[in-house]
Ligand binder design. Sequence first.
Ligand code: EPZ
Length: 418
Amino acid sequence: MDKIVVEGGSRLVGDIPIGGAKNAALPLLASALLPNGPSTFKNVPLLQDVATMGKLLRQLGCEVDGKHTMVIHPPTAKKAKLEAPYELVKTMRASIVVLGPLVARYGRARVSQPGGCAIGTRPIDQHLKGLAAMGAKIHLDHGYVDVECKRLKGATIVLDMPTVTGCENLMMAAALAKGRTVIENAAREPEVEDLGLVLNKMGAKVTGAGTAIITIEGVDELQPIEHTIIPDRIEAGTFAIAAALTRGDVLLQGARAEHMDAIIAKLRAAGSTVTVEAGGVRVRGGGDILPIDITTQPHPGFPTDMQAQFMVLATQAKGQSMIREMIFENRYMHVPELSRMGADIHVDGRTAIIRGGTKLSGAAVMATDLRASASLVLAGLVASGKTEVLRVYHLDRGYETIEKKLRGVGAKVKRVKA
Ligand code: EPZ
């Protein structure tokens, strides 16, 4: 297994190109199942999770070509293989977003239940509740969910919580249903908004995507489209922390500030200067790093996917910070590893208290989820000596050549092949 080796102490200065959003790409690639023809997506990030989605779509009978620009040609009903197997789904739980489009387009799907992952149990009860409300017959057995419905019908669905992929699944299902679907308490993430935009390009009638109430008038058929994927606000936020930590000056090329309001607000509260420029978002590390209090919330609240990264910044702040992780029940796996590097963090349930001003020292560390891994690389940038981040495959799931992008702005970081 490869590892990333970071030598602490560099000040980061320069431009970092921000790639397409992983969490937009995954549902969008799945949406290519809906129209009767090949759709083209540009600015697709080269990530392990995207490769997994490509493999899954091929497994379902799609022709999938290209890398940064992908063309996906869905199968005819005759050729479609309507099963997403455990071997694939277990490596990426977001595979569940093929469920809605498969049932909507082909009337049936058998998808392995994603099961939990390192950060939590990750249930799909809301996905299934919505599909059942639309008339689908649902059967669970042997760890798979079988969903069947000749033609889904519109329904009003009130989600228990604004689940991102739950909302995305139901939007795609509703696009080809008969009649009107209203999704209340919908997720408001920019990636959900981008999906609504793509469905409308296909000929769907979606209003309110990006707000808490989404209305979809079902249509009989959708047309293939071409679309450029929005930039990744979490990749951008991760590199913003690198700039803040090293008192650097970094332009996040292509980042869209309007997707990052909560992240930018907390960067400024921590003493960074953040300015919006034509080419993206510029982050300048301030003098003192100031303590911050963070509670993760559904968008537009502070994103859980940035919690681990901000925790590293808090270890360097002048004072005590508090973080409350309200979305996932087990998303503090980075804490023991940061503590081994010298951080002073106390976790009590969903709350973490971080006493700042601690000197970090490089160590061999490893993480068990994507954003925790990224936070260890960030810690290595300001730790004395060398930090080795093991199990780099977690990083490769969500960051395209992170070491290259950091080296491009002066970090001493390299990937060591196993
Ligand atoms: C999406 O996951 C993202 N993944 C996650 O990013 C992100 O952390 C998460 O949204 C929250 O913002 C993709 O978009 C591919 P949820 P998702 O359904 O959709 C509970 C990353 O690092 N819930 O919004 O799986 C669930 O347990 C990843 O890029 C139910 O109870 O998250 C959780 O507590 C990690 N029942 C909360 O809702 C359901 O049916 C939010 O989950 C669905 C969800």
